[in-house]
Design a protein around this ligand. Structure first.
Ligand SMILES: [Zn+2]
Length: 217
C-alpha cells in the first residue's frame, strides 16, 4: 500500500515537474519575443539605405559640444522596423531618410535641458523624452543626389518657423514637410507640432527611459 502511494506521489511529482518545465519554456519563449521587439539595436545592422548626419556626435548642434562618442543610431527594434518601412516608401518616391538623432541616453537629455529648459523644444528629463525611450527619431529627406529637401529651417531651430503650423514658409517647404509627415504617420509615427524633424513611434511612448551608452567600434 505504502509503495503504491509512493509510486503515485512520484508520478504526480513527475507530472507537475514536466508541466512546470513546459510552462517555463513557453514563458521564456514569450519573454524572448517581447525582448526582441523592445531591444536596442543599431539601425545599420538592419538596413544600409539610410543617410546619417548624427548631429550630437559633432559640435554642429545647439549644445555646441560633441556629446556622443561616435555617430551610431540605436533604437528599439520595433522603431527600426517602422522606420525601414517608411524609408522603403520614400525610396519608391525617389527620396530617402537622413537621420540627425535616434536614441538619446538620459544624461544627454539632462545636459540639453540645462541649456534649453523649454518643453516646447526639449523634453524635461524628469519625465524623459521618447528619444530616451528609443522610440523617437529626428529626420529629414534627401533626394537622389543626397541633397536635403528644403524644410524651411535647420534641424533644432528653436522658433515658431519650425512648427508644422507655421504659415510663413514657402509652398515648396509646406509640400516637403507634408510628404515627410504623411508617410511617417502612415507608418505609425506621431509628429510633434513645434519640430518638423521629430517623430515618435506610437508603440514606444510608454517604454522605459534608458541611460545606456552604446559601444563605439
Ligand atoms: Zn527629436
Amino acid at each position: 500500500m505504502i509503495s503504491i502511494i509512493k509510486n503515485s506521489l512520484l508520478v504526480l511529482f513527475l507530472a507537475v515537474f514536466v508541466s512546470c518545465k513546459a510552462q517555463n519554456v513557453s514563458v521564456i519563449a514569450t519573454k524572448e519575443r517581447i525582448v526582441a521587439d523592445t531591444t536596442f539595436v543599431n539601425l545599420k545592422d538592419y538596413s544600409s539605405d539610410f543617410v546619417y548626419d548624427m548631429k550630437y556626435a559633432t559640435e554642429d548642434n545647439f549644445l555646441k559640444a560633441k556629446v556622443y562618442d561616435c555617430a551610431e543610431c540605436y533604437l528599439r527594434l520595433k522603431t527600426v522596423k517602422a522606420l525601414i518601412s517608411a524609408n522603403q516608401k520614400f525610396i519608391k518616391k525617389g527620396y530617402r531618410i537622413k537621420l540627425f538623432d535616434c536614441y538619446r541616453p538620459l544624461d544627454i537629455q539632462k545636459k540639453m535641458w540645462t541649456i534649453v529648459p523649454n518643453p516646447e523644444y526639449v523634453a524635461n528629463p524628469a519625465k524623459g523624452s521618447i528619444h530616451n525611450r528609443g522610440g523617437a527619431v529626428d529626420i529629414t529627406l534627401v533626394d537622389s543626389n543626397g541633397k536635403e529637401l528644403d524644410m524651411g529651417t535647420k534641424f533644432d531651430f528653436f522658433g515658431p518657423e519650425a512648427s508644422h503650423y507655421y504659415v510663413g514658409v514657402s509652398e515648396e517647404v509646406k509640400e516637403n514637410r507634408k510628404l515627410l509627415k504623411r508617410v511617417m504617420l502612415k507608418k505609425n509615427f506621431i509628429s510633434f507640432d513645434s519640430e518638423w524633424w521629430h517623430y515618435n513611434l506610437k508603440a514606444a511612448l510608454t517604454d522605459k527611459v534608458a541611460n545606456e551608452k552604446w559601444k563605439c567600434k
